[in-house]
Design a protein around this ligand. Structure first.
Ligand SMILES: [Zn+2]
Ligand SMILES: [Zn+2]
Length: 373
């Protein structure tokens, strides 16, 4: 009989989690079975959990397993796998970070080396089509081929390693694509998990000013510890106009060279586009929910020559660089110690409520909730 693992299955119909035992797939020779050790609740998980962007009268989605910000240990390897993606020897029990998408290696984008843009890359499939653990909120996660997997150093804890493949890798990719360079002025819209990582990466890339906007004081304090030179507290600057003015004031009336958006609500984009300097770059990461419509005067984007980049996923080389960055800067930025709330898998409901609470209450404790399946 196939080995079984527990997955947290989300049901839209009654807005509840079900702990379900699912069979593990039979291991292919070039695949890896991961025993998941830590999965953090990403802002995009909250969008998905709430059903943001889905019309009220839409039928419930089919039950599904999700979660993507994760790390784990090698539970089993197919007989063709002997090393990680940097050709370092790999064995059962090794702690690893990995991308949660699987480029097909035989499509238009893959041929051009754009693995993060392969249309066939996503791992999560409907339960009836792929009746196995296949999300991060589960005991096991199946890395089918081609997978990108990297050994983790002992100095990075499980909880600290979980956000590497999303919160950190995603903003790393965005700032890399945006060509952030020495002396740039950067605005970060949102100081959640992605925002504080973006702040630290921008600072490390040599940004002159890193201006971070959020409504929660503890998050802004954390942003300062992560390299922000200025913060804009939305309780103090209550209107979009006042925040845009503040960015202009801090940049001598020029605007930011690059603005990165990691909140995921359309009004934030409408506001942020007005913070970009002439021929500056807007890096849009936050919107993953459907029906995210913003009202934009396109003529101002033309006259201000604003470059708008939509960004999702990353090329696999980002992950080992992100691991090195985290290890190298551990004493400089508190990125490896921001996670304090840990929940076992059967308390995943509480993990989401805590993460939601953290995102909505003013003055709440700053953290990222982690599930430890
Ligand atoms: Zn994420
Ligand atoms: Zn492809």
């Amino acid at each position: 009989m196939a080995q079984m693992g527990t997955s947290a299955v989300w049901h839209d119909a009654d807005k509840n989690w079900e702990m379900r035992e699912l069979p593990l797939p039979e291991l292919e020779s070039d695949a890896i079975q991961i025993r998941v050790k830590a999965t953090s609740v990403c802002g995009s998980d909250l969008h998905m959990w709430r059903g943001d962007g889905i019309p009220e009268d839409a039928p419930p989605r089919d039950p599904f397993v999700f979660g993507h910000e994760m790390m784990g240990e090698i539970a089993a390897m197919g007989n063709k796998v002997t090393t990680d993606s940097m050709r370092r020897p790999l064995k059962e029990g090794d702690r690893v970070a990995y991308s949660y998408f699987f480029p097909c290696a035989r499509c238009y984008n893959c041929l051009r080396g754009e693995f993060g843009a392969c249309k066939f890359r996503l791992g999560r499939k409907p339960l009836e089509e792929w009746p196995v653990c296949n999300g991060g909120f589960a005991q096991y996660y199946y890395l089918r081929s081609p997978n990108y997997v990297f050994k983790l150093p002992d100095s990075i804890s499980n909880a600290a390693a979980a956000p590497i493949n999303c919160a950190l890798a995603q903003v790393y990719e965005a700032l890399h694509l945006g060509g952030v360079r020495l002396g740039d002025n950067i605005v970060v819209q949102g100081a959640g998990g992605l925002g504080v990582n973006a702040t630290a990466v921008a600072a490390e890339l040599g940004a002159s000013k890193v201006i971070v906007i959020d409504s929660q004081k503890p998050r802004l304090d954390l942003a300062i510890q992560c390299g922000a030179t200025h913060t804009i507290d939305m309780n103090e600057y209550e209107t979009p106009e006042s925040r845009i003015d503040r960015v202009m004031e801090l940049t001598n009336g020029i605007g930011a060279d690059k603005v990165i958006e990691v909140v995921g609500f359309p009004a934030v984009v409408e506001e942020g586009l007005k913070m970009v300097r002439m021929r500056g770059i807007y890096l849009e990461v936050g919107h993953i929910s459907p029906n995210s419509f913003a009202s934009i005067d396109v003529s101002t984007m033309v006259s201000n020559q604003v470059r708008f980049y939509g960004i999702q996923h990353y090329d696999p080389w980002i992950i080992p660089n992100a691991i090195d960055f985290l290890e190298r800067t551990a004493d400089k930025y508190p990125l490896t110690s921001v996670i304090s709330h840990e929940f076992p898998l059967d308390q995943i409901g509480k993990a989401f409520e805590t993460a939601e609470w953290l995102g909505t209450q003013k003055g709440s404790e700053v953290t990222r909730a982690v599930v430890t399946p």
